[in-house]
Write a protein that binds this ligand. Structure first.
Ligand code: SF4
Length: 86
């Protein structure tokens, strides 16, 4: 399941640009058009406000692309971790 956290979305349209089949911006807020679009995960990972929530956690392949507690993207968290060890 895919949701948009409208309190976080600023309507920038990055997600819709990356995944026009899955997301559209209406009235300044992103809306899910097709949650099964293959590009949804990439759009979620690219959202600067982490407003796209992927809720299917049945397998690691479908795990959220961000850490809900810290709000950081998992890729970002990994980069910070590596930077900290230098
Ligand atoms: S990229 Fe994020 S903040 Fe921008 S429109 Fe999409 S959901 Fe909203």
């Amino acid at each position: 399941m895919v949701k948009i956290d409208e309190s976080r979305c600023m309507g920038c349209g990055i997600c819709a640009g990356i995944c026009p089949d899955g997301i559209e911006v209406i009235g300044g807020t992103a809306k899910i058009k097709n949650e099964n679009a293959t590009c949804i995960k990439e759009a979620a990972a690219s959202c600067p406000r982490h407003a796209i929530i992927l809720e299917n956690t049945e397998s690691s392949q479908n795990a959220p692309l961000y850490d809900r507690r810290s709000g950081l993207g998992l890729r970002m968290r990994g980069r910070r971790h590596r930077r900290g060890r230098r």
